[in-house]
Design a protein around this ligand. Structure first.
Ligand code: HEC
Ligand code: HEC
Length: 347
């Protein structure tokens, strides 16, 4: 190994040149690839026209405030730090992705799990920034909090380039398949405005709790446990929250990306969607996009306090394991957090 690299350096030194590396290029989705041969060139052309190429990426939702140099900076960071998992086109198929559970996100469906918005909505920009800053605990998604803020912002812009490109790709494939032709005007008049509208809508729709966060007491925890058992949570997560029930272990749950997923082991001390009460609240209230975790917004409209009870219970069971106590079946011990975090204020 060492010898090779020394020889490599010498060769570079001698001829002053390096092996030519082909620049990467975006690939097309399976849906575009499976269009009839006569439609493919036009489909790719429309895609290039609106979402650019690797050499000159375009942000579909750009309102003019994101410069092409920001996109190039975002791309450079992405190619250095994200591509091995998320792939050049953002398809979640980077060279090291295969061994991972959960798999790296395929951005192209435009679906994000850890959002502050209602079920089925796009994330707000701050959600993506937060994921990149904090990483996703308990998964291979690392935290990038040491990157300077402008680099985080730029790489998020680039994630959005890939996301919108994927969303447009999906629309092109569906419409081309349906109409048996590729009509560029249709994309300008319908697809692009739709993508822009869905992302703009999300911006004003962050979930605000139905009732203010209480200071948690053991009462909240035990009411939360009751609700957990009676409102259907335990059907998927198991009675003790560990997800050890047969259906879950059989791997019969699939996510939007076609991968097997499991109801989270809530006791593992590794809440993927964040540890703050507001994070857990939003997971329960809004569900988790693209996964079988349903939203319970309407189920608890009439009893908003139950949502906080469930949050207290989830935080209680997650902490027992993290503190090395192991999950004890039977009655729950008292739980009063020392410093109750106050929801959005901590953001
Ligand atoms: C070592 C592999 C790895 C690297 C490197 C990596 N990610 Fe991820 N990323 C993941 C995995 C795995 C997930 C999916 C976690 C899940 O589904 O719970 C993910 C998910 C995401 C999500 C989706 C969050 C959501 O709400 O659905 C975003 C956005 C993201 N990564 C951005 C990035 C960016 C930007 C970089 C580079 C700065 C990066 N990732 C580098 C593995 C990685
Ligand atoms: C139909 C099955 C199902 C039901 C019912 C269900 N969950 Fe889930 N839940 C899941 C799955 C699957 C995930 C993991 C999603 C993922 O990240 O892939 C999950 C994830 C979660 C998370 C996020 C954990 C994290 O890592 O951040 C919380 C919190 C949660 N569930 C709480 C509840 C509560 C409370 C209830 C009842 C009110 C409930 N769930 C009902 C399937 C279910």
């Amino acid at each position: 190994m060492k010898l090779f690299s020394v020889i490599g350096m010498l060769t570079v030194g001698f001829c002053g040149c390096q092996a030519r590396v082909e620049p990467p290029e975006f690939t097309s989705s399976a849906e575009i690839e499976s269009l009839p041969a006569e439609l493919k060139p036009e489909a790719r052309k429309v895609l290039r026209q609106h979402a650019g190429t690797f050499a000159s990426p375009v942000l579909v939702t750009n309102d003019g405030s994101t410069s092409s140099s920001t996109l190039k900076l975002g791309q450079a960071i992405y190619q250095e730090r994200c591509v091995q998992c998320h792939g050049v086109s953002g398809d979640g198929n980077g060279p090291v992705a295969n061994q991972m559970y959960p798999r790296p996100r395929d951005y192209r469906k435009g679906v994000y799990k850890f959002t502050s918005t209602p079920y089925g909505s796009k994330p707000v920009r701050a959600d993506l920034v937060r994921t990149v800053m904090k990483g996703i605990r308990g998964t291979s998604m690392p935290s990038f909090k040491l990157l300077p803020p402008q680099e985080i912002e730029a790489v998020v812009d680039y994630v959005l380039v890939l996301t919108h490109r994927g969303e447009l790709e999906e629309q092109i494939a569906v419409l081309a398949d349906f109409d048996e032709e590729v009509d560029p005007e249709l994309f300008e008049e319908e697809s692009l405005p739709l993508i822009k509208q869905l992302w703009a809508q999300a911006a004003g729709s962050q979930v605000v709790p139905l009732s203010p966060q209480p200071v948690f007491t053991r009462g909240h925890v035990s009411r939360g446990k009751e609700a957990f058992l009676s409102k259907g949570c335990s059907k998927c997560h198991g009675e003790d929250g560990r997800g050890q029930n047969a259906e879950n272990l059989a791997g019969s749950f699939k996510d939007r990306w076609g991968n097997v997923t499991r109801a989270a082991d809530l006791t593992a001390g590794m809440l993927h969607g964040g540890q703050r009460p507001i994070d857990v609240y939003r997971r329960i209230y809004s569900g988790i996009n693209g996964t079988p975790m349903p939203g319970f917004a309407s189920a608890f409209q009439q009893e908003p306090e139950t949502l906080w009870d469930l949050v207290a219970y989830v935080l209680h069971v997650t902490n027992t394991r993290r503190m090395g106590i192991g999950h004890l079946p039977g009655p729950i011990s008292p739980y009063v957090p020392e410093t109750p975090e106050s929801g959005d204020a901590a953001e």
